[in-house]
Design a protein around this ligand. Structure first.
Ligand code: FMN
Length: 186
């Protein structure tokens, strides 16, 4: 392992690209990093907690009000743990919540509770019309203009999307996201 071991909190939200976050977990673990994953309940429609747990080697956090032995207040525990936080894929919904301080599930509440100095990487993925929707772009601008926060957006790429349309909106390659995460420490 050439890089120092990092604690990486990965948020997975409910988009079709969620299956590609499995590859991202694999790259991170292979790189020797510690990975904890928070999935939105909607992400559970796209990838199973079992796959995520198997690849990350750690229990997945998903429920806001789940009963937990060790951590009494899980979103605070999660928010204070990482060296870097990544949301991949980031849905239009989670972007809007993060940008506006909305905290109505475990992932959005954890993002709301993050320390300002923890670097955050966001990899949006959505249909082109969602991506170009002025409200979505406004939320991204809000996040980008939060100067107190070290936030990097790994922009989506143009290709044939899962919905069958051609356009910008596909999640960046897991290798690109992986390199962006590590570049936060340079
Ligand atoms: C098949 C399918 C694919 C979807 N893909 C995306 C997507 O790539 N990006 C996105 O922003 N929303 C996508 N959605 C819509 C989200 O799942 C929906 O907005 C949901 O509320 C997101 O919840 P979450 O952000 O809490 O995970 C998709 C929905 C379905 C049914």
């Amino acid at each position: 392992m050439s890089q120092k071991q990092r604690k990486i909190l990965l948020g997975i939200s409910g988009g079709i690209a969620a299956y590609r976050s499995l590859e991202l977990i694999r790259l991170l673990v292979k790189g020797g990093h510690l990975v904890r994953v928070v999935m939105t309940p909607n992400a559970g429609h796209f990838v199973t907690p079992l796959s995520v747990e198997t690849l990350s080697g750690a229990p997945v956090s998903m429920e806001m009000f789940g009963r937990r032995g060790e951590a009494a207040i899980e979103h605070i525990d999660l928010a204070t743990w990482p060296d870097v936080t990544v949301v991949a894929p980031a849905t239009a919904n989670i972007l809007g919540k993060f940008a506006n301080g909305i905290a109505d599930d475990l992932l959005s509440t954890t993002l709301c509770a993050l320390r300002q100095d923890i670097p955050v990487c966001i990899a949006p993925a959505m249909n082109t019309r969602m991506w170009t929707n002025p409200a979505v772009q406004r939320n991204l601008s809000l996040l980008r203009s939060d100067l107190g926060r070290r936030l990097t957006v790994v922009d989506p790429v143009e290709k044939l999307l899962a919905c069958g349309e051609w356009g910008v909106g596909a999640m960046a390659e897991p290798t690109t996201i992986f390199e962006t995460i590590l570049s936060c420490f340079k």
